[in-house]
Design a protein around this ligand. Structure first.
Ligand code: 6PG
Length: 261
């Protein structure tokens, strides 16, 4: 149904994708600022932090085009149960690729990493991270799920997103906001992740998927679905979901592209 489908944007390369991603993120930021004077964003790992840095650290072209980092609250869409300076840490990746590069004049975001005193117990690690979300989103009778202003996600070659893997029982989680996973098929095995209802409840969801290595899974996600986690997000969020891809990632994918305005 037109208008209900996710937006698929395809660019020549990451250099062309980055300015569009910037303008999209800033429009989500500005909507968040209007709603609650803050921008609550969840990010994942993979190649996303690098692309995000390219997008966000560029020079602004106008007043509206300003990244207001001091209003940002950054959460992790998923995280590995490792120390914050470990090679596998998504926090460490974001810090190296983006946080450490933000000039003081741009303001500094509030960042919510996992509490590493609970690393030995992934259920507790997830529960504690959920408490971090509760403190920001005020879970209660009227708030059944947190509403992120934006989730910035990647897609694995198997169609996973966050640490929600194809066919995994975690896809059926309905109560928790954050859940542990002990048997991630992609190492490291022990992680925490936002659950599917939280992901699909976000005001906007953006995927960044680039490179020819994504072509096969993009075909499956957009043409067949197959219950793949990324396809489940597409189906539940429709037009609230946008894919920032390059031509190599969507070559041969039968799904209408949108022009990015
Ligand atoms: O914890 C993880 O396993 C990663 O965060 C993962 O979910 C990543 O986002 C995708 O695999 C896409 O990775 P690329 O962006 O590198 O393609």
């Amino acid at each position: 149904m037109p208008g209900k489908q996710p937006n698929l944007f395809a660019f020549n390369d990451v250099n062309a994708l980055a300015p569009a991603l910037r303008s999209y993120v800033i429009s989500c930021q500005n909507a968040g600022l209007t709603r609650h004077d803050a921008f609550k964003v969840g990010v994942s790992g993979g190649s996303l932090p690098k692309t995000l840095a390219q997008a966000l650290l560029a020079e602004p072209t106008s007043e509206e085009d300003t990244v207001k980092f001091d209003k940002w609250e950054i959460f992790f869409a998923d995280e590995r149960a490792v120390a914050l300076d470990h090679d596998d840490s998504n926090y460490a990746l974001l810090k190296t690729e983006l946080l450490d590069k933000i000039p003081a004049a741009m303001g500094q975001p509030t960042v919510h990493p996992i509490d590493t005193q609970y690393l030995s117990d992934t259920q507790e690690l997830a529960d504690q991270y959920e408490k971090t979300l509760v403190a920001s989103f005020a879970k209660g009778d009227s708030v059944k799920l947190p509403i992120f202003d934006l989730l910035l996600l990647g897609s694995g070659p198997d169609g996973h997103t966050c640490s929600l893997f194809p066919g995994h029982a975690l896809l059926r989680e309905t109560d928790a906001w954050v859940a542990p996973i002990e048997d991630s098929p992609k190492p490291p095995a022990r992680r925490i992740t936002l659950t599917l209802p939280v992901v699909t409840h976000s005001v906007k969801v953006a995927f960044v998927a680039t490179g020819a290595g994504k072509k096969d899974i993009m075909k499956q996600i957009f043409e067949e679905g197959n219950g793949l986690p990324c396809a489940l997000v597409n189906e539940a969020t429709g037009e609230r979901c946008s894919w920032f891809t390059d031509n190599a990632a969507v070559e041969g994918v039968s799904f209408p592209r949108r022009g990015f305005l």
